[in-house]
Each structure stands twice: as structure tokens, then as C-alpha cells.
Design a protein around this ligand. Structure first.
Ligand SMILES: [Zn+2]
Length: 137
């Protein structure tokens, strides 16, 4: 390999680095899309949020019920929150849900699942780095 060729290869290798880095830190917590309907707040994109979190829609709904302190129903596509909440109020809870129940606190990746440890203890298990820790719910 002559020098020119080597430089060309090096060039290409360097160019590849930022792409790889961008890919691994690509995860963005989805924004809740909400609108109010009378005294209710509709969370339109709960299915997409649940999909991104790889969690059951019902689990997220239960979490929001507890956090917002009002009954919530769902039709499988959207959540109907019994109360008026701003988009920011809902978004903060969604963000928190991801931070606590989805994103691994060791490696910051969302490739995780939850395991029941019995007696109401929930463990977050990371499929990316192998971390396993209890969550206070
Ligand atoms: Zn991890």
C-alpha cells in the first residue's frame, strides 16, 4: 500500500467514526402529543411512545394514572386522561417514565426490559450492558 492509498483509507475511517457515534446515542425520548377535549386531555401518540419504550401501553397508562392522580382510559390507540393537563405536564411524566423504567442508568441505552423480583420489587435488566438493578416504584 502506498502513502496515498493509506491516507485515503485513513480518511474514510475517520469519516466513519462520527456516524457510528451518532447512531449509538441516537435514542430520543418521544414527545407526548396532547390536546384537551373539554375537561379531558387526550394523549394521541401513546401507541408510538409505548412502541419506542418497548413497554406495554397499559403499564405506561398505570404509571400516568398514579403520577397525575386521575383515572385514565385507553382505546388501544390513545389515552383519555380525566383532567386538564398541559402538554408540558404530560411530557415531564413521559420523560420520567423513560428515565426510570426504560433507559439503563449504567450505559444510557433503552434496550432494557423489566423483571419482577417478587414482593413488588421490579428490576430493570439491560440487554446492552447486562446491568440489573431494582427500581423503586
Ligand atoms: Zn446498560
Amino acid at each position: 500500500m502506498d502513502d496515498k492509498e493509506y491516507v485515503k483509507l485513513l480518511d474514510r475511517a475517520l469519516k466513519d467514526i462520527p456516524e457510528i457515534a451518532a447512531e449509538s446515542s441516537d435514542f430520543v425520548i418521544p414527545n407526548a402529543e396532547t390536546f384537551s377535549q373539554g375537561n379531558k386531555t387526550i394523549l394521541k401518540n401513546i401507541a408510538a411512545i409505548a412502541d419506542k419504550a418497548r413497554r406495554n401501553l397499559t403499564d405506561i397508562s398505570k404509571y400516568l394514572t398514579k403520577e397525575l392522580g386521575v383515572p385514565i382510559s385507553n382505546d388501544g390507540q390513545q389515552l383519555v386522561i380525566n383532567g386538564r393537563f398541559s402538554n408540558d405536564e404530560v411530557n415531564r411524566r413521559i420523560k420520567r417514565y423513560f428515565e426510570v423504567y426504560v433507559i439503563c442508568k449504567e450505559c444510557k441505552k433503552p434496550d432494557t426490559h423489566l423483571e419482577s423480583g417478587g414482593r413488588g420489587v421490579i428490576y430493570l435488566v439491560c440487554e446492552a450492558c447486562g446491568a440489573r438493578y431494582g427500581i423503586n416504584s
